[in-house]
Design a protein around this ligand. Sequence first.
Ligand code: ADP
Ligand code: MG
Length: 240
Amino acid sequence: MTERTEIIARARQEKRTYLNEIESKELLRGAGIPTTGIVLAKSREEAVAQAQRIGFPVVLKVVSPDVIHKSDSGGVKLNLTDADSVSRAYDEIIKAVSERQPGAPVEGVSVQNMARPGVEVIIGMSKDPQFGPVLMFGLGGILVEILKDVSFRIVPLAPRDARQMIHEIKGYPLLEGYRGSEPADVAFLEQLLLKVSSFVEKTPEIKELDLNPIFAYRDGAVAVDARVILEEDGAAAGNT
Ligand code: ADP
Ligand code: MG
């Protein structure tokens, strides 16, 4: 079995439709989409050991099938620069999540490298009852949440669709570098959209996909958060 079918089969077996960030990023990497390196730590000691192995600074995030919005639950600690802060962050995450989502089963925390800041963009996929999988592209943060500055195309995308999706958002000038800020590698983002499109086409078991945010750089880009929701087992997989 490939890693992809293994991850999906395991979730199915456990009657889960929500893949955690580690599983989601594994799937994406298999599709050639860059993500931050990430591992699971099941104890404070393991978190410290993993951080030392990965190299500081690191990020810790809660891993729980019940916690979908990790920062809302106090489950994200950024820019941890030494073993002590990793130790503390581990305890703080466990405490915050148990207070804000009592009873949520926690598998542990993920340890991942802290990505340097870039232009935040998002790529999402949801399924339209009529058109099937549809990709969304937008700029991250408030531009998406408040201004809904996003573009959509039906899967599969042609190279021209990917180019248009990026160019037609109102915030496009931000990707060209605004007042001295780092420009984004637009050609790379186009390739990323095409990779997501073909990944989605090949994986009909996926109901929803959310790469939010992706940090885009002058050269390349990396997904720092990823969330995959599977179709209910037995649901019409193709859905097109
Ligand atoms: P949530 O489940 O709340 O969406 P995220 O994983 O997106 O949690 O983390 C919240 C924010 O923390 C992100 O929007 C991003 O700005 C920052 N962040 C998350 N992971 C990293 C990382 N590996 N490196 C740098 N910043 C990160
Ligand atoms: Mg996120």
